[in-house]
Write a protein that binds this ligand. Structure first.
Ligand code: CIR
Length: 258
């Protein structure tokens, strides 16, 4: 049986990326040309895993706009356009909305709610949402109200010491979570199988599961070996410049059914 058709929304790296928001990382010089190459490789990988790309133009004045994940969550029934918790990122949503409105009915998170897509981890009809500096109680409440009519249950989860819930935990295979236990409590997912990040690789919990593979940062080889021992096919990508902007592999796309 062939895989269901999938679309991956992506946006090119902003030339202003050096001015990105940083919360837990110290600022380091970002090689924007290299970031563009890494991003292009990432986009090609999405295509190799069966996605059709929907590419937004790079935004010269929105440093973090490559991280489209934070601007929207797309379910089969509805798209939720977020209101990112960092004010500098709120203008990113308009162009994403214009595109997504062609695919789904759209609901918006309104002030004073804030929500970043990086805090939203969906497992079937359960939608776990990080209670982070970026996603507040009102944003989570609005998300829950928007998706409850379609049978989704919203479960808030505290995340500590990291930017987003999906910095701490991602869903990488059936019933399998990749987790950094220092940042989130695994008791929120009873019955799941866990792969823990390796000591010394705290940022390795962010992986993107697509089809029969997971896209994963090349900078975390010990955790990669753990994933492979658990039977997963791992595609490791060099995303060094994206990581300097406190991003990971889930952040650079919004994947949804065509
Ligand atoms: C920010 O702080 O908003 C960006 N520099 C990084 C966002 C990464 N997004 C994500 O993990 N979903």
């Amino acid at each position: 049986m062939s895989n269901p058709a999938r679309i991956a929304l992506v946006r090119g790296v902003s030339p202003a990326m050096q001015r990105c928001e940083l919360t837990h990382l110290a600022r380091e010089p970002i090689d924007v040309a290299m970031a563009e190459m890494q991003h292009a490789r990432y986009a090609q990988t999405l295509v190799s895993l069966g996605c059709r790309l929907l590419e937004l133009a790079a935004e010269p004045d929105l440093p973090d706009s490559v991280f489209v994940e934070d601007t929207a969550g797309v379910l089969d029934e509805v798209a939720v356009l977020t209101r990112p918790g960092a004010e500098s990122r709120q203008p990113e949503v308009a162009s994403v909305a214009r595109v997504l409105e062609r695919w789904r009915p759209c609901v918006r998170v309104e002030a004073p709610g804030t929500l970043d897509g990086g805090d939203v981890l969906r497992i079937g009809r359960d939608v776990f949402v990080g209670q982070s500096d970026r996603s507040n109680a009102e944003g989570i409440r609005q998300l829950a109200a928007a998706i409850a009519p379609f049978g989704y249950r919203t479960l808030p989860v505290p995340a500590r010491g990291c930017l987003h819930l999906k910095s701490a935990v991602t869903y990488v295979a059936p019933d399998t979570l990749l987790i950094n236990d220092a940042w989130v409590d695994r008791s929120h997912w009873p019955g799941m199988r866990f792969v823990s990040v390796a000591p010394g690789e705290p940022h390795a919990a962010n992986a993107l599961w697509l089809g029969d593979a997971v896209i994963f940062p090349a900078s975390a080889p010990v955790t990669r070996a753990r994933l492979e021992e658990a039977g997963l096919r791992v595609i490791a990508l060099d995303v060094s410049e994206i990581q300097k902007a406190e991003g990971g592999v889930t952040c650079c796309s919004v994947v949804f059914a065509d």
